[in-house]
Ligand binder design. Structure first.
Ligand code: TRP
Length: 333
């Protein structure tokens, strides 16, 4: 079986619908056909200022939500990045392999550092893609399911892996990005021209998975719609309705043409109500399971510990080969 690795940052109290349809659902789908490793990247979350208590809670809530959404610890390895120290260790090797100019060309760094300003941009934000490269290559991942915005980081990972192998001998598996389909791109309900994102100016357009049903229903009912009154998929003329159709299609399991036929002659109000109810029903059990895992912590902590153990075996093996091939002196036991 080919190996898959992906990571998600614990930077919000709840994942949103865009995270689920754009990424986590693919994680669930890949776990049976692949040997999958899924990582909550808490070290990456340190690149911006974060309160310790909040970070702990978000890390736990992230793992709990992944499980509740169908990432199954019996069919894949779920773990927390900081619990496997080889990430930092291979991260340093990647930093010593990467050129300063090469790292400076990362567009995500350029965007984020420009927004934050030089004084609030950490060195960690700059080296972020090198830690990401370590995350991936520690596990010999063949495939990395990510969004389009991560393509450049995977390209960098490949370059670094090839450079390592050329200099020090075949050691690292060169991964491939599996860019998630544009069809799964969910937009903001208030600004359907922008991707649904936790950093949106207003939370009114962001469907949080852990929000109460009535909150989500209210958000969907007040979603921006378009001119006219037809329920038709047309991203140019009807970005709001098209976004809602995408959501309903993915969560309700009906194709977009089938939905267009079903809602022919219905008004926006009825259509939105159908979307709202589908979203609410879909995530109700997810919310319950997440809350259960977070209250009965022992089950969750045991899953996380088991994940760390499984991950550590693979990671420490890769790290040992990397160190040895680079000429770092092994322990004399
Ligand atoms: N940078 C990724 C993101 O923001 C998160 C991430 C960290 C990741 N390490 C990874 C994704 C390794 C894939 C593989 O989405």
């Amino acid at each position: 079986m080919k190996r898959v690795l992906s990571g998600i940052q614990p930077t919000a109290d709840s994942f949103h619908l865009g995270n689920y349809l754009g990424a986590i659902r693919q994680w669930v789908a890949l776990q049976d056909s692949h040997d999958a490793f899924y990582c909550v990247v808490d070290l990456h979350a340190l690149t911006v200022d974060v309160d310790p208590k909040v970070l702990t809670e978000r890390t736990l809530a992230s793992v709990a939500q992944l499980i509740a959404l169908g990432v199954d610890p019996n069919r894949c390895t779920i773990f927390v990045q900081s619990q496997v120290s080889a990430h930092n260790q291979l991260g340093w090797v990647m930093e010593c392999l990467a050129g300063f100019g090469e790292a400076s060309r990362m567009t995500q760094f350029k965007d984020k550092s420009q927004k934050a300003g030089a004084d609030r941009t950490t060195v960690g934000l700059f080296t972020y893609p090198l830690l990401q490269a370590a995350d991936i290559m520690l596990y010999g991942a063949n495939l990395v399911p990510v969004g389009e915005d991560q393509r450049q980081h995977i390209e960098l990972t490949r370059d670094l892996g090839q450079r390592f192998n050329t200099r020090y001998g075949e050691t690292l598996v060169i991964p491939e990005a599996q860019i998630m389909k544009a069809g799964a791109k969910i937009n903001d309900l208030q600004d359907p021209s922008a991707k649904m994102s936790k950093s949106a100016a207003s939370q009114a357009g962001v469907i949080d998975i852990l929000d109460e049903a009535n909150v989500n229903i209210k958000k969907i009912k007040s979603a921006v719609t378009d001119m006219g009154k037809e329920i038709r998929f047309d991203e140019k003329e009807k970005p709001g309705i098209s976004n809602l159709l995408t959501i309903l299609s993915h969560l309700g399991g009906k194709s977009i043409p089938a939905l267009e036929a079903e809602f022919a002659g219905s008004g926006y109000g009825d259509f939105k109500m159908a979307v709202a109810n589908t979203v609410a029903d879909y995530f109700a059990p997810v919310r319950t399971r997440t809350q259960q895992l977070l209250t009965e912590r022992s089950e969750l902590l045991a899953i996380i510990e088991a994940g760390a153990k499984k991950a550590e075996v693979v990671a420490s093996d890769t790290l040992a080969r990397v160190y040895a091939n680079m000429g770092l002196l092994p322990r004399h036991r």
